[in-house]
Design a protein around this ligand. Structure first.
Ligand SMILES: Nc1ncnc2c1ncn2[C@@H]1O[C@H](COP(=O)(O)OP(=O)(O)OP(=O)(O)O)[C@@H](O)[C@H]1O
Ligand SMILES: [Mg+2]
Length: 236
């Protein structure tokens, strides 16, 4: 049994259908990439898994238990956390407070200080800037703070939307090193990434989403050599 099993997932915004039956699985300790063009439904997929959006049909199972259409708090309690595109920190609160707010759920609260130390080890810059207002962090630091805040809830599955968007190459490397370390610490990761090269390099497996459906899926290494993927997504 996979950690996460999504099957036949359908999602609509009002009368507009956006996901048409997505199947996706994530194993314990896996990094899985979701790629696809703008508007394909990647954010919708992640938000539905994290119970930020309801689905109209299909299942989302964590450890075999159905969790679709539950509420976001419950999803966090169960170990699923979504790190949104655009970071969405509280700009007028300190880095430390933003991180601490991530540890609101019952299983994370008693471990808060120990988790904070782990986040600081992962992103030393957050420790240096603990007292600084989050809104004054650089884009890269904000992404680190957003991922750190997600980790504060001690998730089993971290969903990260637009990992590298707007970040400088050196920062992107740091964030991807941290993602590899997060996996080593035992958390599975689903990442959405515009840069398909980066996504395939970081992930064990990948899904290509096209107009609300899985167009292709497989081991990243194999997908990288797929002629259709090369032509459509890798510019080769
Ligand atoms: N709140 C909303 N109300 C109506 N339609 C929406 C809403 N959010 C997204 N959509 C539509 O759903 C479709 C999928 O959007 P989504 O944001 O999931 O795509 P995406 O793959 O994440 O795109 P991007 O790469 O641009 O982030 C798009 O056509 C979008 O316009
Ligand atoms: Mg998106």
């Amino acid at each position: 049994m996979s950690l996460l099993e999504v099957s036949g997932l359908q999602v609509s915004y009002g009368d507009t259908d956006v996901l048409f039956g997505i199947d996706l699985a994530v194993d314990e300790g896996e990094i899985v990439a979701v790629v696809g063009s703008n508007g394909a439904g990647k954010t919708t997929l992640l938000q539905t898994i994290a119970a930020l959006l309801p689905c109209t049909a299909g299942k989302v199972k964590l450890d075999g238990q159905s969790i679709e259409n539950s509420d976001t708090h419950r999803a966090v309690d169960q170990g699923i956390v979504y790190v949104p595109e655009g970071r969405r920190l509280f700009p007028r609160l300190s880095v430390l407070t933003n991180l601490e707010l991530g540890a609101f759920c019952a299983h994370a609260r008693p471990e808060r200080d120990a988790t904070l130390q782990r986040v600081y080890e992962l992103f030393p810059v957050l420790k240096e800037r603990a007292g600084q207002l989050a809104g004054t962090l650089s884009g890269g630091e904000q992404q680190m703070c957003a991922i750190g805040r997600g980790l504060m809830s001690r998730p089993r599955l971290l969903l990260i939307d637009e990992v590298s968007l707007g970040l400088a190459p050196v920062v992107i490397s740091k964030v991807y090193e941290a993602i590899a370390e997060i996996r080593r610490m035992g958390t599975s990761v689903v990442l959405v990434e515009q840069n398909v090269h980066l996504a395939f390099k970081a992930a064990d497996r990948a899904y290509v989403i096209k107009q609300g459906l899985v167009a292709l899926q497989g081991e990243s290494a194999a997908l990288m050599n797929d002629p259709d993927v090369k032509k459509a997504y890798l510019g080769l």
